[in-house]
Design a protein around this ligand. Sequence first.
Ligand code: ATP
Ligand code: MG
Length: 609
Amino acid sequence: MINSKLLTIVLLFMFIAISGNASDSVKRILFINSYSPDFPTYIHVGKAISEAKEKAEFDIEFLYGKETDNQTHFYLSKEFLTKKIQNRTSYDVIVTVDNLALDFALNKRDSLFPNTPIIFSGVEDKYLIERARETMGVSGITEFCPFEETIKLAKLLNPKLNELIVLTDNTITGKANFEIFDKYYSTNPDINYTTINIGESTIQKMLAEIEEYSGNKAILLISAYRDSTNNYYHFHRTLNQIITLSKIPVYHIYEHGIGEGIVGGKPISHYQMVKKALSKALLLSHDELLADTSITNMPAREYIVDYKAASLYGLNIKAIPGNATVLNKPSSTFNIEKPVFYFILISIGLLILFILFLFYTMQNKKRMNYELMVAKEKAEEANHLKTAFITNMSHEIRTPMNSIVGFSSLLRSTDLNYETRGQYCQIIENNSNHLLTLISDIIDISKIESGDFAFRLSKVHVLPLLKNLIVEFEQKIESLGRNINIELKASLPENLYIVSDKVRITQLVSNLLSNAVKYTTEGNITLGCSTKNDELLVFVRDTGIGISGNYIDKIFDRFVREEDAKKVYDGTGLGLAIAKSIVKKFNGKIWVESEKGKGTTFYFTHQLS
Ligand code: ATP
Ligand code: MG
């Protein structure tokens, strides 16, 4: 019970302490603007206020200094504000923006807020600044008028610039700024200038005058709010009229209007000035603020250029300072931050690499699939050929073997006469020889297939080799009793040689001659040879049975024999397959020309050494 009472008392003390501190820390600030809330600079002023709003309690007031039609109205505006403030509790600090607000604060300080510190901003009127300097507890930020920088920018964008048209009026700010410009010009008179003071003219006359200007001139806008009729003109309305009529670029020493037709400048930032004034108001204690009399200047911070407006007046875009803030840049040109640009670039690069990698992988997979398919087809074909080969072989071997076995058993019979026995022996001998040739051909073929076919290279003299073959085949024809005339047609030098395997070349020509003899009952056989370029051309021509058209293409394949030939002549169908393999080995070509019933010519080539 006692404990809970104690806790309540402690909490109560804590609450009082916290609430007491809180009311101490939140300052009450009276913020006085010289103009209305829709004056173009207020958007920047308001931004600085809203950033400080959580740390202070603001009363924001407007004097409507430019907008009130005449002095009486302005007087009433000030009186109204005075009445409003009179009834309020005291403020910790007064913050003002622009000349009129400081003037008001200084005039009313003793009656409305005695002993309250004042922080001003945006003041360029030298008389006001003097008064502020002489008053206790008044500190602030003066407005720096960047005429030098703005004229420098105008010259950069048009090096031929020869005249400035200075637009001003008779408002306090207009007068003060023009005085500063005039002072600056008196020490830098390198460009002519013409003044249009709308305070002594009318807005219509000013617009008509502006319309006349062209060439290497530029408008320097200082102030154009009130003309001699004492009418107030809203900034944006006047600006739009100027921009519509003017053939020459417009520059401004303030931020407002840049990006809305004004080419640019190095403007005064109201946001920065008010921000600085407010942070001082929040940071320093009441006593510190009263003791503070510092008056500082706020220099213009950066160039701001409207790309679109500069292009429109044909200014030198390339001369825009590198560190300038560029507004209204066309989206086709790169308008993105460098890191973002590099990030996008790298991302695109990586994406392209990834796509290439995918493409490569797919191509590789495709190629591998294709290779696998080809290998499979080859394997299937090889398997098929092997089966065909074995089937053929069994058949080819069985035929002579049957004869040998059959006639051998017949020989056992005792009642055979001598002549018959001799005939049987001859049959057995013939079939044995046939079998031998067959086996030797099979061995050659299988060696060729496996790549073990032995080739022994040497100098092979062509003419002697062909002559020997002619002699050999003359004897063969004679032994067969055929009426065939065989001749050699070769006008070659005796010592012409090729580098080749003599046994295999002999085997090759011999196979062709054997066929010629085999498939010619009577007629002529010619063995011809000639040289052409780097090649030796050999042919074997006969006047035999010829080859039908549908066999011509397959005749070099193993075991292929024409049906007519099969019925009448012995053979296994391996001779030409062996011939083709030998020719191929020596990088030559082999082909045939034939006409059924008229004769056949085989050709082959061999490299000359
Ligand atoms: P072998 O294996 O004993 O030589 P083969 O002569 O039948 O038997 P290949 O020399 O390969 O086998 O010839 C194949 C086929 O080509 C022959 O069966 C025959 O039909 C045809 N041929 C080859 N040369 C001639 C030719 N000069 N005239 C007509 N047909 C021929
Ligand atoms: Mg043959």
